[in-house]
Write a protein that binds this ligand. Structure first.
Ligand code: ADP
Length: 262
């Protein structure tokens, strides 16, 4: 394409440096262009399936000369909600990837915040026969954070733990204050489940957008494939990071490190 230019560098003087800079810029432009093209392809791919399901259902009903039956309306409504969530997730993800995510940083007590989130997912977990528990030894754990963004991070991790853990399993959340990692002090929250786990070769790709360990299986669980990408970007925007430990058929731990503010 247009960006496939590379000028040979023949001299080491100013002129040579200009050419080198030009080549570096072209390479970076090409990478950005490739990333944009991949994103568009990914989005098209993700939108295609739910849209064709809806189209087919509506056409079949029309064809039979019927009114759309109520249970089909419910299914169509679910698909529409899934699509809206996907579009919303894509929107924040693209802002985050561009470094243009708005952040409303305020002192936040992680312990109270997490208690509320665990409460929010409790019903869903118990319906599935899962036990969710928050273990915090320390009282308030202070971080400078955007409460809404942090809530989305942990809701994503908790929802995944519920999704990928069979009935009878356990999910535990642990909070620790003042954890030192490579010379910096963090608040550390881990979400551990006794679920299906993640094969070692997949762990490196987990935070890639639309990555799913098993395409077919994961798609049916109702996620968008963006949850972990969003969690990764949101935590990074706070100056933190996430680690994963997992064993297939035993379970998974996601650990979030957020800069401490004590
Ligand atoms: P999804 O919406 O598909 O859950 P995510 O970005 O949240 O997308 O997660 C990406 C993939 O990582 C999932 O499809 C699933 O295969 C795997 N995964 C995430 N969390 C867990 C977990 N707690 N246990 C096992 N697999 C997980």
């Amino acid at each position: 394409g247009d960006l496939d230019v590379k000028v040979p560098v023949q001299t080491k003087d100013e002129y040579g440096k200009v050419i080198q800079t030009f080549n570096d810029m072209t390479l970076r432009l090409r990478e950005a262009e490739d990333a944009r093209r991949r994103l568009v392809a990914d989005v098209a791919h993700e939108l295609r399936t739910p849209l064709s399901i809806m189209q087919l259902k509506l056409e079949n009903a029309q064809h039979a000369g019927q009114q759309v039956p109520p249970e089909m309306l419910l299914q169509l409504h679910d698909e529409v909600i899934r699509l809206s969530l996907l579009v919303e997730d894509l929107h924040v993800l693209s802002l985050a990837e561009a470094g243009r995510l708005s952040m409303d940083l305020k002192p936040l007590d992680l312990t109270t915040h997490l208690e509320r989130m665990v409460e929010d997912v409790k019903y869903e977990a118990e319906e599935k026969g899962l036990d969710v528990r928050l273990n915090s030894k320390t009282s308030p754990v202070k971080v400078m954070a955007d409460a809404r963004r942090i809530a989305q991070v942990f809701i994503n991790l908790l929802t995944n733990a519920i999704r990928y853990t069979p009935a009878g399993g356990k999910i535990s959340v642990e909070i620790e204050d003042q954890v030192v990692d490579r010379g910096s002090i963090y608040a550390r929250v881990s979400v551990t489940d006794t679920g299906i786990g993640i094969p070692e070769e997949d762990v490196a790709h987990l935070f890639d957008r639309f990555y799913r360990v098993e395409e077919a299986r994961s798609r049916h669980t109702g996620g968008t494939g963006l949850g972990l990408s969003i969690a990764h970007h949101f935590v990074k925007a706070h100056g933190g990071f996430i680690r994963v430990q997992s064993k297939p058929n035993e379970g998974t731990t996601f650990t979030v490190y957020l800069p401490s503010c004590n």
